[in-house]
Ligand binder design. Structure first.
Ligand code: BJW
Length: 231
């Protein structure tokens, strides 16, 4: 086995203190996703959306990578083949754990995007609805986040990686949001071995060849040690 492709979701950052979306008490029980995670919600109330992401940016800055992030960085460093990490998360805990190759398919809290001209730049700690775009000057600054109804980043590249993998692993994701939820099906169709690591069974558990249940900080380091032969 040479190439490992990993998909991570909110569950991998849960033990770093960042909330998940759909678990009890998760973000979608506190906020209306139509208001804070759709282009229409942003058009209706940009201040509310900026406040939501400003708070999450501050939380992410104050959080630290956990043992699961560290184990995946170790896998990338020590695995003799290729490791590609695709994350749905908008925090930068993988990078801060030392992961070098990360595809942020749902964008990043550290990014700003002009809704008018499409320019991208580094987000300041706090963004506001009337911040001007550094390229075109429009007061159309938004977080560089992929909301419902928008196309996630790097989809062609992601598909190429999944179908050319030897092993596809999904970690800490509920499998309720497409297109990420479809990656295991793409992997299965291409004959790629699949494994799920999650606190509990997800919507898609039955589609994986193997499953490891438990908190990410337990099951991910154990799985990585097993792969590297250091268990
Ligand atoms: C632990 C743990 C611990 C906890 N250890 N584990 C009908 C059918 C199909 C599709 C659609 C449909 N209707 C609408 C759509 C499309 C829509 C969609 O999927 N909607 C569904 C709700 C049905 N998708 C889109 O609109 C996407 N775009 C799109 O489809 O474009 C067209 C297209 C077509 C074809 C190809 C390509 C594109 C865009 C989706 C954007 C998602 N955006 C969000 C918010 C923005 C980012 C942010 O604010 O952070 O992204 S939604 C939210 O969900 C966020 C997450 O990245 C995403 C996934 O959530 P995740 O990570 O799985 O978290 P949870 O909370 O759901 O699960 C946590 C898991 O962790 C659980 O399983 C726990 O058990 C586990 N866990 N603690 C290990 N300690």
């Amino acid at each position: 086995m040479r190439k490992i492709v990993i998909l991570t979701g909110a569950g991998i950052s849960a033990e770093s203190g960042l909330g998940t979306f759909r678990d009890a008490g998760g973000l979608w029980s506190q906020y209306d996703l139509e208001e804070v995670a759709t282009p229409d919600g942003f058009a209706r109330n940009p201040t509310l959306v900026h406040d939501f992401y400003n708070a999450r940016r501050a939380n992410a800055l104050n959080a630290s990578p956990n043992a699961a992030h560290a184990a995946l960085a170790r896998l990338e460093r020590d695995w003799p083949g290729e490791v590609v990490l695709i994350t749905q998360n908008i925090d930068d805990l993988h990078e801060r754990a030392g992961q070098r190759r990360v595809i942020h398919m749902h964008g990043e809290l550290t990014g700003a995007l002009c809704a008018e001209c499409g320019a991208h730049w580094q987000a300041p700690p706090e963004m506001h609805a009337d911040d001007p775009c550094p390229e075109c000057g429009a007061a159309a600054t938004r977080p560089d986040i992929v909301w419902f109804g928008e196309m996630p980043y790097d989809m062609d590249l992601i598909e190429k990686h999944i179908v050319s993998a030897d092993l596809f692993a999904a970690i800490g994701t509920s499998g309720q949001v497409f297109p990420a939820a479809g990656f295991v099906m793409q992997a299965n169709a291409a004959g790629v071995e699949t494994v799920e690591l999650n606190l509990e069974p997800s919507e898609l558990s039955g589609m994986f060849d193997a499953r490891h249940e438990g908190p990410a900080t337990d099951v991910v380091p154990t799985w990585v040690s097993h792969l590297l032969g250091t268990a």
